[in-house]
Write a protein that binds this ligand. Structure first.
Ligand code: HEM
Length: 436
């Protein structure tokens, strides 16, 4: 097996303020520890060290199958682009060996659902093509008015709450869910149910902290969602509409046969889950950075045409998807390091987005950062986020409405972050504001 790529052990202490573990076992444990992802300084100290000292690093945390951690922008792009050599299906996200075994015992395979992000070609190409047109910038533009109405509802809700709220829990978590429901054509009364689905599915990625009986609960939730999907599929077959559910319900496989219920359910689920916490985390992180950097907030107030660029910077800054895996189908090389067939690689997106080889002064939040579109928060290559245009559109509209309606945003307490090594972001963001 491959050996550790650390060039100098155990000199792992890195930044001025965050001491890092000095032995390999503790350092590797920190890479997979969900707490590292709830603490921005700690996360960035770990990955800054890796980018500088061991950009393709063999990580062997106790309780996990070992893997390479890829932390530089250029190396992640190289892995993402070559989807013949680096596959999605075998291993998608970090899970303990115990949880991988539990999933195997329950499903006979390595995953609970079979969706776009865990597919390789030829299926990936075929399944992606089904909805690519729906999520194109041109088609998303047609949703602008409806999305603006949802954004105004959110802003009016904030006004009704008075001069303060927990922006993450009371606003940012709901708005993207309603936007996703708009694309799915889901009725408003399903909101609480769909909230539960997306939260439990992403919560479930943190198997590390899941008791066996909770795993059973997750299966019950997925069964409930299955029934919901079967109803929507039957309805859209009988009564086609202008929503993405109609496309999924009526899609066919490469051989022309109708898509099975498992595939349809997985497709609805990936859209609902992938489009939710990612966008809400980026929105909360964006508002927090505008509050922390009043000069940047002022730039947006002076020149609202900067908003699309500002939204990209918010997404670069937040990078809510902390990693995805790829698995080498054959022997390869990344960043000069030999990779063996079968090795797993973690692509650390937030790390790529702080890489000084691409971004000047990457730890400074700048709404007018010139090359911000090179960020990898949406991934890169054939699996590049399908919903990126939707995410950017809805965030732009929400910030237009927020800035038009309120002044004097400030923090009203300590923000906090969720503990999860896959998708994580802001849990609480207490703020104060003044209606104009
Ligand atoms: C894939 C991030 C919003 C749907 C991905 C990937 C990332 C990502 C990192 C994996 C890309 C790769 O492997 O190269 C984000 C972020 C978002 C966001 C940061 C918000 C700021 C959305 C929304 C939707 C969505 C709103 C709704 C449709 C998907 C789907 C995939 C995906 C379906 C799988 C694409 C594939 O494998 O071909 N996203 N996403 N995402 N995202 Fe997003």
């Amino acid at each position: 097996m491959a050996t550790a790529a650390l060039s100098r052990e155990p000199q792992i202490g890195v930044t001025a303020h965050v001491p890092l573990p000095t032995d390999k076992a503790a350092f590797d444990a920190a890479i997979v520890d969900p707490d590292s992802y709830a603490n921005e300084e700690r996360y960035h100290a770990i990955f800054k060290y890796l980018r500088e000292e061991a950009p393709v690093y063999w990580c062997e945390p106790e309780g996990y199958r070992p893997f390479w951690t890829v932390s530089r922008h250029a190396d992640i792009r190289r892995v993402e682009l070559d989807n013949e050599t680096f596959l999605n299906d075998p291993r998608l996200t970090l899970a303990t060996i115990a949880d991988e075994e539990r999933i195997m015992a329950l499903t006979g395979g390595n995953k609970l659902t079979r969706n776009l992000v865990s597919m390789d070609n030829p299926d990936h190409k075929h399944f992606r093509a089904m909805t690519q047109g729906y999520f194109s910038p041109k088609h998303m533009k047609q949703l602008e008015e409806d999305i603006r109405a949802l954004a105004r509802d959110s802003v009016e809700h904030m006004a009704a709450l008075g001069d303060r709220c927990d922006f993450a829990a009371e606003v940012a978590i709901w708005f993207p869910l309603r936007v996703i429901m708009l694309t799915l054509g889901a009725p408003r009364e399903d909101e609480q149910f769909l909230m539960k689905i997306t939260q439990e599915v992403f919560g479930a990625q943190d198997f590390d902290h899941m008791r066996p009986e909770e795993m059973g609960g997750l299966f019950a939730t997925i069964a409930e969602f299955n029934a919901w999907c079967d109803r929507i599929t039957a309805d859209r077959k009988a009564n086609p509409r202008e929503d993405v559910s109609t496309i999924i319900a009526n899609a066919t496989l490469t051989d022309g046969s109708p898509m099975g219920n498992m595939e349809a359910m997985s497709y609805y689920l990936i859209i609902a889950a992938a489009g939710h916490d990612t966008t809400s985390s980026s929105t909360s992180a964006g508002l927090l950075e505008l509050i922390r950097n009043p000069a940047e907030m002022q730039k947006l107030r002076d020149d609202p045409s900067l908003l699309p660029n500002a939204v990209e910077e918010m997404i670069r800054w937040a990078s809510p998807v902390k990693h995805f895996f790829r698995t080498a189908a054959k022997d390869a090389e990344v960043g000069g390091v030999p990779i063996k067939a079968g090795d797993g690689l973690v692509m650390a997106y937030p790390s790529a987005n702080r890489d000084t080889a691409v971004f000047d002064d990457p730890f400074t939040f700048r709404v007018d950062r010139a090359n911000v579109r090179q960020h990898l928060a949406f991934g890169y290559g054939p699996h590049l986020c399908l919903g990126q245009h939707l995410a950017k559109l809805e965030m732009r509209i929400l910030f237009e409405e927020l800035l038009a309606r309120f002044d004097d945003f400030e923090l009203a307490g300590d923000p906090s972050w969720t503990r999860a090594s896959f998708v994580s972001g802001m849990k609480h963001l207490p703020i104060r504001y003044r209606a104009k």
